[in-house]
Write a protein that binds this ligand. Sequence first.
Ligand SMILES: Cc1cc2nc3c(=O)[nH]c(=O)nc-3n(C[C@H](O)[C@H](O)[C@H](O)COP(=O)(O)O)c2cc1C
Length: 313
Amino acid sequence: MLQNNLKKLLGIGYPIIQGGMAHISTGVFAAAVSEAGALGTIATASRDDVYVREQIAAARKLTKRPFSVNIVLTNPYCKEIIDVVLNEGVSTVITGAGSPAPYMKDFLSNGCKVIPVVPHVRAAVKMEDLGAAAVVAEGGESGGHVGSVSTMVLVAMAADAVRIPVIAAGGIADGKGFMAAMALGATGVQMGTAFLATKECPIHPAYKERLLAAKETDSVVTGSGTKDPVRCIRNKLTDNYFEMARTQVPLDELMKPLTGSLLRAVAGDMETGSLQAGQIAGMLREIKTVRETIEDVMNGAEQALERLKKLDL
Ligand SMILES: Cc1cc2nc3c(=O)[nH]c(=O)nc-3n(C[C@H](O)[C@H](O)[C@H](O)COP(=O)(O)O)c2cc1C
């Protein structure tokens, strides 16, 4: 049997990562995921180093298991956050929105594993060359800020292009999706949307209800063609956005209602909030615990494998 080196690499029980989710995946939430055997991730988005230190402390009160910190490299507090992460001895960082190249030496000399999120194969190769421990290949069906290449294409091609572990993200919320990612060459998955529909997730109940009601066709991308494409569930905010885009209002006017819109959704504003979620929201039918979410994926993966073995191909 092939050894799953990702579990060993990250010190986790299941090859599942909870993706960092801005303003949502706090230290408490990440700790719940890590306690359930996957890798929890603290989001830091545009927050400062004081916030990050507090969140790491909150996680450590609740778990002795590993968790990661997601660092958005465009955050003006990025350098200070990295100092906190290294001082605190966090074992893994998941980076996004750019290249971690300027900080790689510091990360590696402190024994911190770096897992960049990549939207295309070229970036995966570059990150391997820089010394990344693994890459998250995130397809365009993901929730939040997205690239344009689908998970199906990206994971298969990235897995051929690099020797470090490839973690598939985008459109995975059950065992079938997990097993499909393994077939494409991934050794683990990162999920975001599936973790939104959990009891422990600190978003407003109305946001969770909307996720359960969503069909796969309710997923739209605001800001495509700009540097800020974001996948979310259709609502008044997005209807207005597309109407304004159709009438070709200036870009700053078009993008203005989107500013701070995830925070509004998290607080329960279903009209002017951005209900960030992936296409796979269409699959979500019930609010589960974090543990149930993880275990259902792993049990479903076994069933998917059994089915594959019976197929006469
Ligand atoms: C509400 C929301 C917020 C997100 N915020 C971040 C973030 O701050 N940093 C990041 O690297 N990825 C972010 N993501 C992406 C997730 O970490 C993950 O890669 C993605 O959700 C996987 O695709 P899925 O939603 O289909 O499971 C976010 C996703 C969602 C749904």
